[in-house]
Design a protein around this ligand. Sequence first.
Ligand code: NAP
Length: 484
Amino acid sequence: MVSRVIPVDPFDLVIFGGTGDLARRKILPGLYRRYQAGQMPEEARIIAAARSDHDDAEFRDIARAAIEEFIPEGKRDAASLDEFIERLSYVAIDATGDDGWAPLSEKMREGMIRAFYFSVAPSLFGPIAERLHQHGIAGPDSRIVVEKPFGRDLASARKLNQTLAQHFDETQIYRIDHYLGKETVQNLMAVRFGNVLFEPLWNAQYVDHIQITVAETVGVDGRGAYYDKSGAMRDMVQNHLMQLLCLIAMEPPSRFDPDAVRDEKLKVIRALEPVEPYQIVRGQYEAGGGQPSYRDHAENPRSLTESFVAMKINVSNWRWAGTPFYLRTGKRLKARTSEIAVVFKDAPHSIFGAEAGRHRNILTIRLQPNEGMMLGVTIKEPGPGGMRLVDVPLDMTFADALGPEAEDVPDAYERLIMDVIRGNQTLFMRGDEVEAAWAWTDPIIQAWEERDDAPKPYDPGTSGPEDAQMLMHREGRRWREIRD
Ligand code: NAP
């Protein structure tokens, strides 16, 4: 099966923070892969901007080293890498000063799409937006890409939206949530809205509950100081898990277009009930396996920041009344996995008797590792011996179904950057969505802060604090096992 790659129009992409960690790990390797795939046109140019003094040659060495580090040897070739590197240049700019903007302006070509990736600390988003405007570098057709975190509460997100809105129209602003760029996440929409099978069952009448798990094995390590001001709720739930919940819970949009999709997601966020304290478990990892505890990582012996959170959320609308969503995310857990499980209800009556046991259909949507979907169905166990039932997976792992090319699906960042160039905002968060998500999150965090709520300790390599299990057990449900 041959996938079609349609080249995008020629562009000038400026990466502010082009020498930083994100640029080196994701953005530059991603752009190289799109070049290799024939999606980035010959005329495209990438300009990195950061404070340090580098000339083009030095930056190209940085970019080459990054690509060699983050793309396996078998997946790159010298000729295309040389060609790609030639398309890179560098400008030294202090985002908060006046130097460097004139040289950047001179580099920009007429007649090209202009995109500006803000891969810098959020405090610099405003100053960059302002200067791009002041120096006449960005015009009404330019696009800006804004990284996370987008604010740390409703007030700061609103302020950031207002600052960006002074210089850019909403149609020019691309707020990244890289979870939305994942192949499976988009496939979730294809499966829901491209088939008649699922949608009739996709409601409280047939779905018992939904679980969303994003588990990491790493701790906060070198990011301790940053993370300690954030925590799992701000860092993961308000954005990534909330976006996944929206895609599962939303009504079918009338069209697959940016505002139709985002309107539906916004309605979901607005339908979330406030979460009561007993519906949330916060956790913090202890030392173990030769690794320090969260508090040591954060260099804050009295830290009350959570590295784990599990919660039950009710979506208050006709479709979902009575079907809870359980969300869970944490660091230093037993495996690295991101998964959504739609757990359907039991058949209304078992004709096979009690000895056949309890069987449920579960649709599992796996974001990592091994992106794919699996539908658990109940069949008869083969052989004599009566009607014994067994659950087997109908496996929709893309690589198996679509051939080896499906294994090589673009990374989320690659896809999203190409969407920016195409001017397609469907997979980016709109300003009102981000604010609505903070409006829901803020009271939860404020309640913790007011009560000096201490997270429950948990051992590394586990599924989190015991109380998180209880969150489900007391309602006769259980979490799916966290495994690779
Ligand atoms: P980083 O490694 O600290 O890099 C920051 C970049 O910004 C460097 O290129 C730095 O170069 C440049 N910079 C710093 N101050 C500047 C200034 N005043 N003017 C111009 N350039 C300046 O940060 P990062 O990890 O790449 O993160 C970048 C953004 O992406 C942040 O918003 C972060 O929250 C977000 N993000 C990162 C990741 C990740 O995995 N790294 C994941 C999700 C989101 P100079 O020091 O030479 O100026």
